[in-house]
Design a protein around this ligand. Structure first.
Ligand code: NAD
Length: 474
């Protein structure tokens, strides 16, 4: 769409939604559930179309789309439908003696007009899960999907056009220009999923009108293998969560820290786990129908450069290393002898490359992690609760999982999100509802009465005694 046309469309829809957001303030749980149910049903009726769109975008295997795109959204919708009435109920809070005669409660009102900006790596899931939260809270929504997955973006636009009036939900497709036009509008809330770099731009724009933000960002999520870990179990779980979606997952294990004496045995287990996942009949991973591709040439080149830089500086490829440029294919690749100074240890890898670093004692590993920006997730493998507790208490991360990876992302009762560089705010289920909600304090006083009258001026000795008592006893 031409920029001028796009601007006109954005201005028009924004005004329509601003007006409609006032009606949505008094929408009931049943009305909101009705909208979410329509979305839920459309998705299940168009499962094949969603699979095809994602395969066309980056050869995402159908079953992987079912597991990582369709299931999380359907599950989010079901969970919200089940609990929304309860979440929306005004909550009475206790009244202390100092507030004698008053009643206090928290009312959950929609923030108003909202904007969702989504990334390309789980292009359906990460646009539609936040939409469920926004609808549950009673917000109007403009969605900007990623320009890098055009088939999925077009399908999202078609879906939203079929289900919603523009004054409720509308999709604006496009890249940087679309984002910039949208970010210039005074949305009440912006829910952004993407890189920390663009997250800062979004937060800066929101500050112009003091709109609130949820920033779901990324980072280098470490895996710490304790000396007592079951190496085979750890390797199997790390390989399956690292290489799903070709490593292009915000919570994918980014690098592994393993005791030096166990490194070779662990890498051997990791290599076997990769073969079990993707190699059959002696055919290479490139022939596996269960392994996707890198989203585009830019990311393909970026990832190959990371491997080249590591190898030039002394790293060893312990597994993989093959790439096919015509297909944007990169084999699951394990690097050992990795040093902190290598490019692969600078930023989130976001691809199928897994550096394995070794450590002498656990505190050395924890100090290494704590020198980096706080990650989105931290994974630890150990048979001892004491050791796991020690690791989680000594580190900070958006989320943490013991003896597995990534699973916390789909747990409906857990808040999902980062901390500082890996994100601000939380999503999913009740936490997603709260993110798009203003928790309004409502205090009701009795007419003609206030317990604090004795504290108003003019001040005198008697009032001072009263205040002394207040400070001492309440
Ligand atoms: P990105 O930040 O490049 O883009 C995200 C969105 O922002 C896209 O819609 C894009 O069009 C838009 N955008 C890009 N540049 C912009 C700019 N200058 N101004 C305004 N908008 C702009 O991220 P990506 O490459 O699509 O996704 C990968 C990143 O997302 C990784 O860092 C990953 O960790 C993170 N991520 C986080 C989560 C999470 O839930 N925390 C989930 C998935 C991905």
């Amino acid at each position: 769409m031409e920029v001028e046309l796009m601007k006109t469309e954005i201005d028009k829809v924004f005004d329509l939604q601003k007006t409609h957001s006032l009606n949505m303030r008094s929408s009931t749980a049943e009305e909101r559930i009705g909208l979410i149910r329509k979305l839920h049903d459309w998705i299940l009726n168009h499962r094949e179309d969603i699979r095809k769109a994602m395969y066309a975008d980056y050869r995402k295997p159908y079953t992987e789309t079912d597991i990582s795109e369709i299931y999380p959204v359907v599950s989010e919708a079901k969970h919200t439908i089940k609990h929304l009435k309860n979440w929306m109920k005004t909550k009475r809070v206790p009244t202390p003696v100092t507030f004698l005669g008053t009643k206090a409660s928290i009312q959950y009102e929609p923030k108003g007009s909202s904007l969702i900006i989504a990334p390309w790596n789980y292009p359906f899931n990460l646009a539609i899960c936040p939409l469920v939260s926004a609808l549950s809270a009673g917000c109007t929504v403009m969605i900007k999907p990623s320009e890098m997955t055009p088939h999925t973006s077009a399908l999202i636009k078609e879906m939203i056009g079929e289900i919603f009036e523009k004054n409720m939900v509308c999709v604006i497709e496009g890249g940087l220009e679309a984002s910039q036009l949208l970010l210039a509008k005074p949305f009440d809330h912006i829910f952004f999923t993407g890189s920390p770099m663009v997250g800062k731009i979004v937060m800066r724009s929101a500050s112009d009108h003091l709109g609130s933000v949820t920033l779901e960002l990324g980072g280098k999520s470490p895996v710490i293998i304790a000396p007592d870990a079951d190496l085979k179990d750890a390797a199997r779980k790390i390989a399956s969560t690292k290489f799903i979606n070709c490593g292009q997952t915000c919570v994918a294990p980014d690098f592994v820290l393993v005791p030096r004496s166990l490194r070779d045995e662990f890498v051997q287990n990791l290599n076997e786990a990769i073969d079990t996942l993707y190699v059959s009949d002696g055919q290479g991973v490139e022939k596996s129908p269960d392994y996707g591709r890198i989203v585009n040439e830019r990311h393909f080149n970026r990832l190959n450069k990371l491997v080249e830089d590591a190898c030039e500086n002394g790293a060893t490829i312990a597994k993989g290393g093959k790439n096919i440029p015509e297909e944007n294919f990169i084999e699951p690749t394990i690097l050992t002898m990795v040093k902190e100074s290598m490019e692969v240890m600078e930023d989130e890898i976001f691809g199928p490359i897994l550096p394995v670093m070794d450590y002498e004692n656990i505190d050395e590993a924890l100090n290494f992690v704590n020198k980096m920006p706080k990650p989105l997730a931290l994974y630890a493998f150990s048979k001892s609760d004491k050791k796991l507790g020690y690791i989680f208490r000594k580190t900070s991360s958006g989320g943490a999982v013991a003896n597995d990876c990534v699973l916390h992302f789909i747990h409906p009762e857990l808040p999902f999100g980062g901390v500082n560089n890996s994100g601000i705010g939380k999503s999913h289920g009740h936490f997603g509802f709260l993110e798009f909600t203003n928790q309004k304090s409502l205090l009701k006083q009795r007419v003609g009465f206030t317990a604090v009258t004795p504290l108003f001026p003019p001040y005198n000795k008697a009032k001072e005694v009263l205040i002394d008592g207040l400070l001492k006893w309440f």
